[in-house]
Design a protein around this ligand. Structure first.
Ligand code: CMP
Length: 146
């Protein structure tokens, strides 16, 4: 089983889309391994979007991501990274495949509802960034499904 990190961004929370988006992942069969609501600090935003710090749109990302609470989630499944990214659609909702999460809910590339890790290696780094290994990591089995 592979793990991936999902962030439901502030616009997903503000539009009351938490349940609808989680429902899509659960219906597909993905397991929610860990989940929490949190606010991203400036330091966490700068760490997470470090590779975009020199882009002209970075200040917009920082304002957006600190504008309200987010949901951080670890999803687990075979090929979770690939499956989840397909379900999210392209970063730019204007280019997203029909009926994907960003196609359905995202307004534009600055307000694109969801983040999903882009590789298993990135997922491991990002999960450690958003979840505290010693206090928040635990494993459980879906005994009625898996
Ligand atoms: P995310 O998947 O969280 O990863 C990087 C984020 O940068 C991306 O979603 C977008 O929300 C944001 N972004 C804003 N403008 C751009 C752009 N022109 N190109 C790529 N990402 C952008």
């Amino acid at each position: 089983m592979e793990k991936t990190l999902i962030l439901l961004k502030p616009d997903a929370v503000q539009k009351s889309l938490i349940g609808q988006i989680i429902d899509r992942f659960e219906r597909k069969g993905l397991k929610i391994a860990w989940i929490k609501m949190m606010k991203m600090s400036q330091a966490l935003i700068e760490e997470h979007y470090d590779f975009l710090m020199d882009k002209p749109f970075f200040p917009r990302i920082a304002t957006y991501m600190s504008s309200g609470p987010i949901i951080a989630m670890c999803l687990e499944w075979a090929d979770a990274v690939k499956v989840v990214r397909q379900m999210c659609g392209a970063t730019n909702p204007a280019e997203a495949t029909m009926w994907t999460i960003r196609w359905d809910y995202a307004k534009n590339i600055d307000n694109n509802i969801i983040h999903a890790s882009d590789s298993p290696e990135t997922a491991e780094k990002e999960l450690n960034r958003f979840f505290n290994v010693s206090t928040e990591f635990f494993e459980y089995k879906r005994t009625l499904i898996d």
